[in-house]
Write a protein that binds this ligand. Structure first.
Ligand SMILES: [Zn+2]
Length: 426
């Protein structure tokens, strides 16, 4: 009899067609978010499939979280299978939602066509392919090793694309991660890379004030847009160069994100954009209000206080130099950076599985943007968490998004081998 790893890998190989069909079924349930379509349907599908395989099923509606309504209920599913002995719980978490389709598709975005070894459609790569791979890995493991120590969980959760409040955050608040030791999130980070975490986020709105007056006599008013212009100038002169100097030891990909960054998300001043059907002219007014939303991404070497302090210092500097300058600063939301240690058990386990399956050393990466790991760390208080899954991050949210079947099979093998390592089957 061959060794357990080889047996499991060939069993996963045998499930290639099942993996394809499963991915296609998931993609054909359009779970667009916003608004959060068909969550109930996809959770029901997963519940039925995993229930038949002996998983205990829990359906959880995240009531009164953002977006939850009778029309668009925020459903989540958790499937759990106990082993024969006491041991760790390995939890695979995938989000079930997908982003809008957008323009530029050459295939049916919900057709899940299989063309030359790739399945096409919205959500194939981000991240129904990863979800399907984790299910196949778990099912193959359970068939091959019915007796093991610990438990396996697979969750399909809502709303990752809009912050995860009706999904992982809600489950974490309800204590669903209290008994979990290892979390793998099969986001499309590439089959040979382990994503240890993500940078932090801090969003704020800056508003400058002015005074409305007739546009022919602007000196009788006070232009809020010019005040905001002074803020932008200060950002250009001092803030952006300073951010570019702040480098991180986090292995963020792509490399351009290996420093502090800030995006000016939006900028509004003066009269609202007219209705496209309106063909008249704007009235002559001095704008008395300008608003800017900033999206600051920060590093594990920085603190949220520092990030906030940078902006308040900048605004205070402009205020000290500029007559009649007044502002409001409103913080909108924030997420701390998180990075799992390279010697954490889930990392070393997936690392050696990648070596066995792909014959290469895994690359450690950190995501420039956040994903549900933030809630598992901050609310669930679990550090032993990574993102690992098939697919190319660059394809996420794009037209003609696809997932390669070979990549799904390989990453299912990696997940399966990690289960052997973590759950010690006999
Ligand atoms: Zn995703």
């Amino acid at each position: 009899m061959s060794d357990p790893n080889t047996r499991l890998m060939s069993r996963i190989e045998d499930k290639r067609d099942d993996l394809i069909a499963l991915t296609q079924d998931l993609v054909r349930i359009p779970t667009l978010n916003p608004p959060g379509e068909n969550y109930r349907e996809i959770c029901g599908y997963l519940a039925e499939r995993l229930g038949e395989k002996g998983f205990e099923i829990q359906m959880v509606r995240a009531e009164s979280t953002p977006g939850d309504s009778k029309r668009y209920p925020r459903w989540n599913v958790i499937a759990r299978r106990e082993g024969s002995g006491v041991g760790d719980c390995v939890h695979f978490n995938s989000h079930i939602d997908v982003v809008e389709v957008g323009q530029g598709w050459t295939v049916d975005p919900f057709g899940a066509d299989l063309i030359d070894g790739k399945i096409y459609g919205r959500g194939t790569c981000d991240m129904k392919g990863g979800l399907a791979a984790s299910i196949i890995a778990a099912e193959a493991f359970l068939e091959e090793f019915p007796s093991f120590q610990g438990s396996i969980e697979i969750s399909g959760t809502a709303d990752e694309e809009t912050g995860g409040y009706g999904g992982v955050a809600y489950l974490a608040e309800q204590g669903h991660y209290a008994h979990v030791q290892h979390v793998i999130i099969p986001e499309p980070l590439q089959k040979d890379r382990i994503c240890l975490g993500h940078r932090g986020v801090w969003w704020a709105e800056i508003e400058t004030h002015g005074e409305i007056a007739h546009g022919s006599m602007p000196f009788l008013g006070d232009c809020a847009v010019r005040h905001m212009g002074a803020v932008v100038r200060e950002m250009e002169d001092s803030l952006f160069p300073a951010l570019a100097q702040k480098h991180t030891a986090m292995p963020v990909v792509p490399e351009g994100a290996r420093q502090s960054t800030m995006n000016i998300n939006s900028f509004h001043g003066g009269q609202a954009e007219p209705d496209p059907d309106f063909t008249g002219l704007p009235s002559a007014c001095v704008p008395d209000r300008a608003r800017m939303i900033i999206d600051r991404r920060y590093l594990i070497e920085e603190s949220e206080d520092e990030v906030r302090g940078e902006i308040t210092d900048l605004l205070e500097k402009v205020k000290s130099e500029r007559e009649n300058f007044s502002y409001d600063l409103r913080e909108m939301w924030s997420v701390s950076p998180t990075m799992t240690e390279k010697d954490a058990p889930v990392v070393t386990s997936v690392q050696s599985a990648i070596q066995d399956v792909l014959g290469k050393t895994a690359e450690y990466v950190v995501s420039p943007g956040t994903y549900d790991q933030k809630h598992i760390d901050r609310i669930g208080r679990l550090k032993n968490c990574i993102a690992y899954g098939p697919g190319l991050l660059e394809l996420a949210h794009k037209p003609d998004e696809y997932i390669s079947v070979d990549d799904m099979v390989d990453s299912a093998k990696v997940m399966g081998l990690s289960l052997i390592d973590l759950l010690k089957p006999s």
